[in-house]
Design a protein around this ligand. Sequence first.
Ligand code: 2F8
Ligand code: CA
Length: 128
Amino acid sequence: SSFKEKLATFCPSVYYISSTMKTWKESRRDCLERGADLVIINSKEEQELLRRFQNRIWIGLTDADIEGEWKWVDGTQLITSYWGFGEPNSFGGKDEDCGEIQFFKEENNWNDAPCNLKNYWICEEKLQ
Ligand code: 2F8
Ligand code: CA
């Protein structure tokens, strides 16, 4: 494997799990105030770590800018994705522009949900 891949593997982060529920935007604001941002999932390890929580959780994923073009909060495109079966689906023709982890325990458990829904959230602070 390349040097770049190894760097990514060993780049440590600290994660904060909320104890209250907020909309996606409010959740993101909380993270930014901590010098962090909503969690960006870019490895299998990270997805596995986040699977153990038993609530619906906002992640740093949105297609609010361009419908159908999912981007992380740092502006990067999805490399690997873990969408649940049939997701993202803008359920019922509604605006579902924010990414959450749903259907806990399932390997592929991301869902697009309405951004004004109040969920728990996870912030990620990169240490390097
Ligand atoms: O079945 C998946 C579907 O479940 C809910 O809609 C019934 C979700 N919507 C909300 O939680 C508001 C959908 O996003 C999801 O696709
Ligand atoms: Ca959905």
